[in-house]
Design a protein around this ligand. Structure first.
Ligand code: KG4
Ligand code: ZN
Length: 342
């Protein structure tokens, strides 16, 4: 019954979780509100707030799980990808804790962990399945052959889906992070009120920078004619933008599933909290007779529970990493570890 402590600090949320034998017993998330005033995450501030939050978050996670620190069998942590300073706080804490407790370290790739969140609880996909991972920094269609055998078959060439949400909300004068606000306003709006273009990108790759520019020009032109255009039409604008982002994602996802002959489709990452996208995937799967896997809300945005479940499966494989491990701001699924370097 391995007891795993997991640490996540890749961006602006400090999170700690405890999992016993693959069951999540606690998942504490300390959000950083300091970035709201800046319209985006300020890396240096994020690192400093992680430093303040990490010890209380871990203490709370142990308390909630009713687990003593001496019972921890391994410490799993996000090695990357993410903001280097933020990662450094989590990695350093994990190393210190593991050293003090004489416990092994398990490195976890944040993007893989978003996908492996589908193995928390009982409703799990079977391999192979396809996952659309959509976050603030990534947009990927991933063919998941096994827990740690994943192949990216399509990804964004520029902005991520979450970035498209956040940049749109910034254009609309909404605070950061804008994705949840676009979702909130969209519920009251008409998704067919305004038409935004669908980029024509070959294969299974995505592009969101053209969409962002067309939204910017659309708002600029309409505000020139009517200064109250945004406030008068907020719900319709958000609903139309959300629908376009969701259809760009789901049209490719559907084509990929057909091409690869996959009938289990999963969503992962922060944008998978989006209502339009969740409903869209459900409708798509119903239409094709496929099975949709949509993560519980608390496992969409960044959390340490997903690091714990990924860490648990690595622990079972006996894959540990030494104390000389360093964070990786850019980390691909199978880390390329040049000789003598981590
Ligand atoms: O996975 P995540 O928490 O952090 C990264 O690893 O990037 O994703 C954060 C992104 C942000 O862009 C945020 O605006 C978006 O997820 N997001 C949403 C919703 N909740 C979070 N986008 C649309 N609708 C939501 N409900
Ligand atoms: Zn994430």
């Amino acid at each position: 019954m391995p007891v795993i402590l997991a640490i996540e600090s890749s961006c602006d949320d400090t999170s700690a979780a405890v999992c016993v034998d693959g069951v999540i017993l606690s998942n504490v998330i300390a959000n950083q509100r300091i970035h709201e005033a800046y319209g985006g995450v300020v890396p240096e501030l994020a690192s400093r707030v992680h430093q303040q939050n990490i010890v209380p978050a871990v203490q709370q996670a142990l308390l909630n799980a009713k687990v003593n620190k001496n019972d921890i069998d391994a410490v799993a942590f996000t090695r990357g990808p993410g903001l280097l300073g933020s990662l450094l706080v989590g990695v350093s804490f994990a190393k210190g804790f593991a050293l003090a407790q004489n416990a092994p370290l398990v490195e976890v790739n944040h993007m893989q962990a978003h996908i492996l969140a589908h193995f928390i609880g009982d409703h799990n996909p079977t391999f192979p399945f396809l996952c659309l991972t959509v976050s603030g920094g990534h947009t990927q269609i991933v063919l998941v052959k096994d827990y740690f055998d994943m192949q990216i078959i399509g990804q964004t060439l520029d902005d991520a889906a979450g970035e498209a949400m956040d940049k749109t909300s910034k254009i609309l004068g909404l605070p950061y992070p804008g994705g949840p606000l676009i979702d909130k306003y969209a519920r009251q709006g008409n998704p067919d009120a305004y038409k935004f273009p669908e980029p024509q990108i070959p294969g299974f790759d995505f592009s969101f920078s053209g969409l962002k520019t067309s939204i910017l020009y659309f708002i600029r032109d309409n505000v020139a004619k009517n200064p109250d255009f945004i406030t008068e039409n907020m719900a319709d604008i958000c609903a139309s933008v959300e629908k376009r982002i969701a259809t760009i994602l789901l049209n490719k996802f559907e084509r990929a599933a057909k091409e690869y002959g996959i009938t289990q489709l999963a969503l992962a990452g922060g944008v998978s909290a989006n209502t339009g996208l969740r409903l869209g995937l459900q409708a798509l799967c119903e239409k094709n007779g496929w099975e949709a896997f949509i993560p519980a809300m608390q496992y969409c945005t960044d959390n340490a529970a997903m690091i714990a479940i990924a860490g648990y499966h690595k622990y079972l494989k006996g894959e540990f990493i030494g104390q000389d491990v360093a964070p990786m701001a850019r980390m691909i699924f199978k880390p390329l570890t040049p000789k003598g370097e981590h």
